[in-house]
Design a protein around this ligand. Sequence first.
Ligand code: FAD
Length: 444
Amino acid sequence: MKVIIVGGVAAGMSAAAKLKRANKEAQITVYEKSRHVSFGACGLPYFVGNFFEDSQKMIARTVEQFNASGITVNIEHEVLNVDTDNKCITVKNLLTGETFTDTYDKLMIATGASAIIPPINNVDLKHVYTLKSMEDGEALKHAMQNEALKRVAIVGAGFIGLEVVEAAKQYGKEVHVFQLNDRVLVDTFDKEITDLLEEELRTHDVHLHLSQTVTELVGDQAVTQIKTNDETFDVDIVVLTAGVRPNTSFLKDTKIEMLRNGALVIDHEGRTSIEDIYAAGDCASINHILKPEPAYIPLATVANKMGRIIGENLAGAHHTFNGSLASACLKVMNLEAGRTGLSEQEAMNLGINYKTVFITDMNQTSYYPGQSKINVKLIYNADTKVILGGQIVGRKDAVQRVNVLATAIFAGLTTDQLAMLDLCYAPPFARTWDVLNIAGSVAK
Ligand code: FAD
């Protein structure tokens, strides 16, 4: 059986490695456009912030290691199109410029997503960056290390944008964040949580420009100013972090089903609408445990899991993914924040009769060093009390508690059950009644 995988990072290489283990005879060829495979982009903000120096630490396995395991990896090869009738792809060798075709029995699309470039004039000026690839990270880090470049503008206050804030602050830069909406992380967290995150950013002298549309960058060669609909600011570095778009335009001539943003629609086994073509990761949809429609959740967690399942299914299995809860977390300066399941807005959009509870408590005992506030929001079904979503922010152990909520939602627990859940306790970690017990109890 001849399997071709397009895109060699989280989803693609998880599938390749799993398939090779499950079926040693499978002939697996990977085509990857960039110079790297198995690259963990999640490390990029911390590489840029110089939390570590060697960019190679973001590579989980090298091309040579994959080739030695019997998987043929072709880097700097871009797949230009797919002929689904003849099961044939056209590939361009980016080093030589040569174009050739290859055929498959089964094909997996794992081409990820690209940074969205918002409609802003002059984004091609020097010192304007995105943060998606290793090369992006190296270029941005180089700029951050230049002491003459003092003011950093970040356009888009999503996960990556706010992680770049911390990176820039590591160098003592003056940081400005521009956000179209009236609050940060608007698609993922509710206002009670983002209010606290914004307060944390302001405490660290981060200038938040909310409800601002960036229209233009100004400069001769390098950027020197950023203009919004209201104001103009002097800047030396601009980072565009306005979200991502699936890399699926090379499939536009096929009849493959896509979501409105271009993500390939897949079923629970990872199959697209075209026979023998699978897809996973940032280029594809994913089933959401609490939503009826396929969702778009571009996260490494989902990409790795669906990739592995596809690897098994390419070997003949019919494994299915449980579904995502869009569980995600980030660090905003000294705060941890995490979310899982439905936000209040999502529960509202789905027409669910929901209730919420928001509490502020302490993460641990007062007498052991490190006590700090922790804030929990629960979203739950008003009729059944089943927990639908949770968001937590605090200085210590907030994120690991979100994992407890993810487990609770997966298991269908109610707020009453959360109130009495036997969570562990010792003075450095919690109080006898953990903050999650209290949140469940308040919801009762
Ligand atoms: P990608 O990693 O994007 O890989 C797709 C590959 O396909 C690319 O290498 C690309 O070159 C290649 N390709 C594209 N088109 C073609 C073509 N036509 N032919 C050949 N090759 C092609 N997720 C988390 O869960 N937690 C985090 O903390 C987190 N932090 C992040 C921080 C940053 C800065 C970024 C950018 C992302 C972060 N993510 C995080 C998201 C995570 O990195 C992605 O969800 C994950 O990489 C998706 O894997 P993938 O295999 O689907 O796609």
